[in-house]
Ligand binder design. Structure first.
Ligand SMILES: Nc1ncnc2c1ncn2[C@@H]1O[C@H](COP(=O)(O)OP(=O)(O)OP(=O)(O)O)[C@@H](O)[C@H]1O
Length: 228
């Protein structure tokens, strides 16, 4: 591991799925480097492998070939528990369907990943409140997801993804549930948080306005990452 290593690097990553019709090659040698402070949009047609790429980058799945480096460390092929440890401390996810824990309040949803990463409860709560406030959720901290609007839930999910100040943020349609004005503001805050920490982000989106606000746009062609 080295300080100069980029937060995320995919090298010749391959992934194929076994289906009834035979093997489906989804990624055939995907290369991608995210530098510190860089925010990259991933814009590609449905079914070309965006989710697969995000799952591999987030160490949720192992590649069939190639390697995923997180801060210079070869991480993609490590055993499950080692990948989980790196994921918890280094990577944040924002999903299109936010996957908040329904029985916990907004604040607890942002506190829990910090406790899992070793923070004290007091520090975790303070950070959770600051993040929720930054995303316009002051006064909603003690509501459970079921009592929040879809857009509010999405903002809680973004606050949760940033809870451990991740070096790598991975997002799948992060503002899909938000109206245009809120989406603009929330996305600006998200970009700012990523840049401020010298983190890097890969954001899959079908929204061309959102994509244009990022540093560069890539797409997937025949299982490889290419400039859009
Ligand atoms: N577990 C799996 N088993 C078999 N095939 C799969 C599996 N997961 C994904 N696929 C297939 O791999 C291809 C890529 O899927 P993926 O979900 O990565 O695409 P995507 O670009 O994210 O699509 P969308 O924009 O519709 O979410 C698709 O053809 C999909 O059907």
């Amino acid at each position: 591991m080295s300080d100069a290593a980029p937060p995320l690097r995919l090298e010749a990553v391959e992934r194929r799925y076994r289906t009834e019709a035979g093997e489906l090659p989804v990624l055939t040698g995907a290369d991608l480097v995210l530098q510190a402070g860089e925010i990259v949009a991933l814009v590609a047609p449905s079914g070309t492998g965006k989710s697969t790429l995000l799952h591999l980058a987030g160490l949720l799945e192992r590649p069939d070939g190639g390697e995923v480096f997180v801060e210079g460390q070869a991480a993609g092929r490590l055993p499950d528990d080692a990948r989980t440890a790196i994921r918890r401390s280094t990577i944040g996810f924002v999903y299109q369907f936010h996957h908040l824990l329904p029985e916990f309040t907004a604040e607890e949803n942002v506190v829990l990943p910090q406790l899992a990463a070793g923070a004290s409860r007091a520090a975790a709560r303070e950070r959770a409140r600051a993040l929720l406030e930054a995303f316009g959720l002051h006064g909603r901290e003690h509501h459970r997801p079921g009592r929040l609007s879809g857009g509010e839930q999405q903002r809680v999910a973004i606050a949760r993804a940033l809870a451990n100040a991740p070096r790598v943020l991975l997002a799948d349609e992060p503002t899909g549930n938000l109206d245009v004005a809120t989406s603009d503001r929330v996305f600006a805050e998200l970009l700012d948080a990523v840049r401020r920490h010298g983190a890097a982000a890969l954001v899959a989106t079908h929204n061309p306005d959102l994509a244009r606000r990022m540093d560069r746009i890539v797409t997937l062609r025949e299982g490889r990452v290419v400039p859009a």
